[in-house]
Write a protein that binds this ligand. Structure first.
Ligand SMILES: Nc1ncnc2c1ncn2[C@@H]1O[C@H](COP(=O)(O)OP(=O)(O)OP(=O)(O)O)[C@@H](O)[C@H]1O
Ligand SMILES: [Mg+2]
Length: 274
């Protein structure tokens, strides 16, 4: 309750979850973070921004009657496609098999940002569960916040791909700060992996990475996900979930970047040139 009151005072938390390599645990992390936030009494929403490859609704066994696709096509309002979960948070499904949303136009990006800014007024926490890689949509959603969260594992390919994403976000989207979560690793291995990526970022970019924490590899997670259930100790307020609490605390008051004027300008330029 106190947390809820403080959030109202300090503004929303918009948390963008991305990765260079696929399958590192973004959706796993997003839904547990959301459940944890809901458990702390925060009104929480997850936007599945991996359009076309339903992540969140499948992981949670939700029956989606609409998706962001309907909003982008003007057939439904954003409120009409929000689905409530049994964990106390809401989800906006990304839709499935929609290859046409793989590259959002400037007009669609603007529409999403305007809708997101409206939702921020209703929610304490908005989590963006992004696709993997360095595609246009990923860059767009990752750079909506000042400090995107990058999820990686200690595998060399995951580290290299995480660095590639950080580099592109920094050089093309001028993102200067990144929060790093290491998944599927014991605490010591996770810290080592973080130090590796931080040293490359320190050496080659004018950007800053902070370590948010880690989640160990656990045999029971894939089965739980298959059963469309969440880990209760990560969800319950008294459980051992340092990384989720740290993210919620660190991102308090983190809204979207001031990108509306930028996208409006982009859109005007496109109109003029067509
Ligand atoms: N800490 C963990 N221990 C064991 N398995 C995990 C852990 N975290 C996630 N997984 C498993 O890894 C797989 C990929 O997880 P998830 O779907 O969250 O990744 P993702 O990054 O969202 O993937 P994509 O890039 O395809 O969206 C799932 O089968 C999930 O159950
Ligand atoms: Mg995913």
């Amino acid at each position: 309750m106190r947390d809820q009151q403080q959030t109202k005072d300090r503004g929303p938390r918009v948390i963008s979850i991305s990765s260079g390599k696929g399958g590192v645990g973004k959706t796993f992390f997003s839904v547990h973070l959301a459940a944890r936030a809901a458990n702390r009494g925060l009104k929480t929403l997850v936007l599945d921004s991996d359009f076309g490859l339903a992540n969140v609704d499948v992981m949670l066994g939700l029956v989606a009657t609409g998706s962001i696709y309907d909003v982008l096509h003007g057939t439904r309002s954003i409120d009409e496609v929000i689905v409530a979960t049994r964990y106390g948070f809401d989800v906006i499904p990304g839709g499935s098999s929609l290859s046409e949303l793989a590259h959002l136009s400037a007009a669609q990006q603007l529409l999403i940002l305007e809708n997101l800014n409206k939702l921020i007024a209703d929610y304490d926490v908005v989590i963006l569960d992004n696709a993997a890689g360095i595609g246009d949509n990923v860059l767009y959603f990752s750079s909506l916040t000042e400090e995107p969260v990058i999820v990686m594992t200690p595998e060399p390919t995951s580290l290299t791909d995480a660095y590639a994403l950080i580099k592109v976000l920094h050089q093309q989207r001028h993102v200067k700060r990144f929060g790093v979560v290491v998944n599927k690793a014991p605490a010591s291995g996770a810290l080592l992996a973080f130090k590796r990526i931080r040293s490359v970022v320190d050496n080659y970019l004018q950007a800053y990475c902070s370590f948010l924490g880690s989640v160990d590899y656990r045999q029971d997670i894939p089965q739980l996900i298959q059963k469309q259930a969440l880990l209760s100790e990560f969800v319950s307020a008294s459980g051992d979930a340092d990384v989720f609490d740290k993210v919620l605390d660190q991102y308090e008051g983190a809204g979207t970047r001031e990108l509306l004027p930028y996208w409006r300008r982009e859109l005007l330029c496109m109109d003029e040139s067509s």
